[in-house]
Design a binder for this molecule. Sequence first.
Ligand code: BGC
Length: 468
Amino acid sequence: MSASTIPTPATTHSDAKPHAKATAIFTCVLAALAGLMFGLDIGVISGAQQFIQKEFGVSDHALEWIVSAMMFGAAVGALGAGWLSSSLGRKRSLILGAVLFVIGSILCAFAQSPDMLIAARVILGLAIGIASFTAPLYLAEVAPEYIRGAMISVYQLMITIGILVAFLSDTAFSYSGNWRWMLGIIAIPGALFLIGVLFLPDSPRWLLMKQRDAEALDVLQRLRGNPEIVEREANDIREQLKTPQRGWHLFLENSNFRRSVGLGILLQLMQQFTGMNVVMYYAPRIFQDMGYDTAAQMWFTAIVGLTNVLATFIAIALIDRWGRKPILYTGFAVMAVGLGVVGSLMGAGSHGMQMFAVIMLLVFIVGFAMSAGPLIWTLCSEVQPLKGRDFGIGCSTMTNWIANLVVGFTFLTLLNSFGHTNTFWLYAGFNAVFIVLTFWLVPETKGVTLEQIERNLMHGKRLRDIGR
Ligand code: BGC
């Protein structure tokens, strides 16, 4: 999520023209729909797995490959996305992401062998890797200051809605067991997103980077509606562009920047090792192992998706009131307890406790969606200094996908080698450790300007104090 971007406050609520405000919101929501593709990609495989496994007769390990190929593609896509979005531009990168998404979904639907499915999922991954870097970058560049935070949350909300829609469509197709439709149908929202992106304006910041000043001013005029604001913001951006992005060099020569890159990487590791994607990818399997039949597995999975969407609103409501750290403490604690209890109950194998285990899994989902889901993306966009923001956010986004890959790739093996109880307790333990790491290393950034955070970081303040 880049905010390379995040210009100094130029616009205030009161001086924006209403129709320009509506255009800006519409533009942002359209771009945030990229989150929908992210979510569809994450969610769609869970319901399809058992049918894929039956048709191709593959082992659990081969299934892990099929699940994880997408995350591998996404890590590669996120790595290349910085270059793409600066050379092709944000809009064309999003178009490329959407085209790859449509092609990947269709290829998945027609895959004739596990290998073909793996290759198609790598393409889907590339699409989502590009989108997960570019969309937040674009959002931060076109959103006026006063809705920027909300727009980042809308992006996460779209991710959760995408996951829910995928779970629901998986449930609908589970009656016929048609996994090809499950994987193929997401090409439709992908195609709609592609059409939508064609109507997006280019990012004014990118246009200015390319010295296309007249076009940049024109886009800004449409988004801000007030020539004075346009002038001020264009000057701010020009001023910022004088500071060249020196990511890799800065990383080599500046230990303070290495600390913020390290922090971004750590934050994304924490998000992924909560174990959230274990549930996103393998929920029906978990419910199966709790003793539920196929219909119940699919419906509970849909409820998981709905809980994830609804609980995201808790974060949106609290993020600027409670601040980041109290929400993270609460979320990690809730997740640790939720998974700990699920692990114990699955070990006990008591039939009467089945429903309690489902409820505790939902408690875990609430813990994630109200905290680490949206907050980690927000924090990652806040802690990097301007000079290295693209590089820093590129590193953390890539870490998100690599860690996602590790989690997706190892879950079934963990279950088969250590059993359910130990596997869930392992993730519960991680969440407990993250409470300590949050206390020790994560800054509180509520209500602090990005410039202040940068000054503190570069003056060598402790990471946990850079928001003060
Ligand atoms: C994470 C994804 C996760 C999703 C669940 C996102 O913030 O990056 O890995 O699947 O939240 O809602």
